[in-house]
Write a protein that binds this ligand. Structure first.
Ligand code: AMP
Ligand code: MG
Length: 277
């Protein structure tokens, strides 16, 4: 089975993250072997992105969601960073600014969606409005409950306008998160990443999992599928995401656009070897 099918959340299915093993490695034993595959996929990803750019017909939106330390930043630098920055950018979703708060919750997402030929990576996304907003009661239940349908409608609208959407949820265990927090603590160059809410949010772990389960169950659609990526092993996470990206983009059968000039005429006029008399 290809990676796309294996990690896809089938639209309409009821997800329970507790049934999905975050240690899964699909039989891969070592980081060394994985790196070879990741490197190959990344080269192909760059070629496919160039085709998307050249075609200038459609765009690609990649959403990354995970619990703290889940690996969003690592995924961006190790896999998605393989793409050419000309045509690819990252939009990070933090606490809304006052301007953003004065609009509907999808306004800031829509503002940052990719134009034709471009790729945008959402580091966190509009899904924060059914996650942190739900868990910290930042809006009444009646409000965030409506967000699932509003998000599905928004994504459908984008897809009908030639934006392809792929959404990755990075799945780590509670123990792995603690290990990664400790790693940050032990590495002074990572101290800037530690926030006051990291440890208090951990006490809400089960609530986060419930919110993730609902997000994945309600919002994996044919036009904007969710993938749950086992992410305790960073190298397997990178392997799976690079593989899915390549499978997805290859299935689009993109073609180089035809030239806008007469190639033969140019060849004859400027490149034919004339012997001097
Ligand atoms: P980081 O990704 O570590 O820079 O943290 C960004 C923080 O902003 C996270 O704690 C998010 O949960 C939070 N955040 C993102 N979107 C929202 C939102 N719509 N409402 C409240 N907090 C948000
Ligand atoms: Mg953080």
């Amino acid at each position: 089975m290809n990676y796309f099918q294996r990690f896809l959340i089938k639209p309409g299915s009821k997800v329970q993250l507790s049934d999905i093993d975050p240690d899964f490695r699909n039989g891969h034993e070592s980081k060394k072997d994985a790196l070879k595959i990741i490197e190959r996929n990344n080269l192909r990803l760059r070629e496919l992105q160039e085709l998307l750019y050249a075609e200038h017909k459609r765009s690609l939106l990649i959403c990354l969601q995970a619990i703290d330390t889940g690996g969003k930043d690592g995924t961006i630098s190790h896999v998605l960073g393989a793409m050419n920055p000309q045509g690819c950018r990252v939009a990070s979703f933090r606490q809304p600014t006052s301007l953003e708060r004065d609009h509907d919750f999808l306004w800031r997402a829509h503002r940052d969606v990719p134009a034709k030929g471009e790729v945008t990576i959402f580091n966190r996304s509009h899904y924060e409005d059914v996650l942190v907003v739900r868990i910290h009661n930042l809006a009444p239940k009646a409000t965030w409950l409506k967000h699932y349908n509003q998000i599905n409608d928004f994504e459908k609208n984008l897809s009908e306008n030639n934006t392809h959407i792929i959404k990755f949820f990075l799945h780590i265990s509670k123990d792995e998160q603690l290990r990664r927090f400790k790693e940050r603590l032990d590495d002074p160059t990572k101290h800037w990443k530690i926030s006051a809410t990291d440890y208090t949010d951990r006490t809400r772990w089960d609530d986060y999992i419930t919110a993730f389960d609902d997000m994945l169950s309600e919002c994996s659609t044919k036009h904007a599928p969710w993938f749950v990526i086992p992410a305790n092993y960073k190298w397997f996470r990178d392997l799976a995401i690079s593989q899915i990206m390549v499978e997805y983009l290859e299935a689009l059968h993109m073609k180089c656009p035809p030239p806008s000039v007469n190639i033969e005429q140019i060849r004859k006029k400027y490149h034919s070897a004339k012997k001097k008399a």
